[in-house]
Design a protein around this ligand. Structure first.
Ligand SMILES: [Cu+2]
Length: 200
């Protein structure tokens, strides 16, 4: 079992520009470019931690069963409002699309409303392993603006059943928001960042 190191995405120039506009402040000079911050002060970099025993008989099926990745069909090349960082690589994804977290786990990420037009935003994560819904997970989230400190704010997902977990996020301003999601399934603990650029 290979622990997969992930890192929080650096703010993009686009995000920084949006942030400056949203905050009504002048854009920072390049040398003052905001540094990436994690919503959690105790864990500066997100990572996947898998504590499953090595002798687990858990099946692994298909390509990507062992490694986190974003499939081609999930990649967004147009709107670029939503991204995930897996294996140190930041990829923009389409709303409602699926990413693989390793060990057969996959999550579909639905943001509602999308594009985010209100400060209250709902994020539904649909979790499966080898195509079957995972119903016994628990999920937590910490979030804050990229390059600004308002929080961090935290929450837990409402378990809707059938593999769906719903976060209710209350942003206090539009701009790029960094979410650190933690998924717990038994002894497994998976942590990964989602960045959502929220503006109408
Ligand atoms: Cu702000």
């Amino acid at each position: 079992m290979n622990p997969i190191a992930l890192r929080v995405v650096a703010a993009t120039a686009v995000a920084a520009a949006i942030l400056a506009a949203a905050c009504g402040s002048a854009p920072a000079a390049p040398s003052d470019a905001p540094e990436t911050t994690s919503p959690s002060s105790e864990t500066p970099s997100a990572q996947v931690v898998t504590d499953t025993p090595a002798n687990s008989s858990q099946p692994t099926a298909g390509p990507g069963a062992d490694q986190a990745y974003v499939p081609e069909r999930s990649i967004d090349t147009e709107e670029k409002r939503l991204n995930v960082t897996l294996n140190g690589e930041t990829v923009y994804i389409r709303n409602g699309s699926q990413v693989f977290l390793g060990d057969g786990l996959a999550v579909e990420i639905f943001v509602d409303p999308y594009p985010p037009s209100t400060l209250r935003t709902w994020v539904d994560l649909y979790l499966t392993r080898d195509g079957e819904p995972v119903t016994d997970a628990s999920m937590g989230i910490e979030y804050d603006m990229l390059a600004m400190v308002h929080g961090p704010f935290s929450g837990v997902a409402e378990k809707l059943g059938g593999g769906h977990y719903l976060f209710t996020l209350d942003y206090i301003m539009f701009g790029p928001w960094d979410q650190a999601v933690t998924i717990r399934i038994g002894l497994e603990r998976i942590r990964f960042p989602i960045v959502l650029v929220a503006y109408p």
